[in-house]
Design a protein around this ligand. Sequence first.
Ligand code: XUL
Ligand code: CO
Length: 437
Amino acid sequence: MAEFFPKIPKIEYEGPKSKNPLAYKHYDPNQKIEGQTMRDLFRFSVCYWHTFRGTGTDPFGSATLQRPWDDGSNSMPNALKRVDAAFEFISKLGAPFYCWHDRDVSPEGSTHKENNKNFDKIAKKLKEKQEETGIKLLWGTANLFSHPRYMHGAATTCNADVFAYAAAQVKKALEVTHELGGANYVFWGGREGYHNLYNTDMNRELDHLARFMHMAHDHAKAIGFTGTFLFEPKPKEPTKHQYDFDAAACLNFIGRNGLDGIVKLNIETNHATLAGHTMMHELEYARIHNALGSIDANTGDLLLGWDTDQFPTDIYLTTQIMLVLLRQKGLSPGGVNFDAKVRRESFEPVDLFHAHIGGMDTFARGAKIAAAIRKDGVLDEFVKNRYRSFDSGIGQKIESGKATFADCEKYILDKGEAAPNESGRQEYLENLINQYI
Ligand code: XUL
Ligand code: CO
């Protein structure tokens, strides 16, 4: 069979001195970081939607991206051919995983019966290609936002038939994810939110969303799917008030609806910054709640302020991400999925390689830097020391739940004034991190 990327060789690790743009300078899949190979630590994944369905359209202009294998149609032969192009790309890149929405890989039919028939045929081909190349499915998900039927949302729609349609769609997406050995299943809210409370019963909508997730979990149990469910926070776009605003909102929803331990989080960088947080904040917030499942690796542009989904190239960012990920020894069964797209001006197929190579190298560098910081123990030591007043005396009594307000009052009345504060040394610590970058 003719190749889709004929001029591109298999991308290899050549080390930091290499000048070859089509080689890894830092991502060496066999190199170990804190006892784990980079391959296992990152579990890099290529997303099907941006990389194989992106066209370069924006609200002002039409498609720009050259994808010679794709005739732009919604036909099955085109979808099947795209699978070959996708697996050639992912194999040459050397990424171990990929992920999809149902409609990225499989054309929408005129009935749900036809959807399922198309999906079965595509799934068969995906399975063959997975077996042939060893590439695995990191997660599957369903597109519950593009079709006009989902204008009011899917699980949070006001139309019960649309809820039922979404349930049928997720049932099938779960079954295909399971059939393809998917390690996780993602819920991103899509249109699960609202624009105006004049027409919205928020309580009812949130109840329906919880019901939907429980129904998905019940079906997973019925078919033997044991992968992790992941909820992906995003504060805005497409609705004004998304119910999955940030990690804290998602965790509140999970806890309030009996989904603890069933649903974890898939944290995306650009969504974190749109919510007014840093990625490091969102990751640590999820981690301390034992809910950091996977990440969508990308970055936004703070000067633009929408979901630009750019590839990550900032070493400070990936250092901060890796400082958190190394605390929990990586993400498995989750991974680092490039939910990112090349700019519409980067229209040649080779740009897809530059983008992913850059993202993987930036993560590898961040991991090396984070591991060096952790090895010296400077940050951990500083933080531990900062809270030492809680290791004994009144602090220990407070932490262990043995102190009452009355105990605190007596302690302070006896003492007269609190012990003096110490400097937080933020600038000193920022300088210290710079020494490792
Ligand atoms: C949208 C987004 C989605 C999810 C999967 O902003 O990030 O692509 O990752 O539905
Ligand atoms: Co995402």
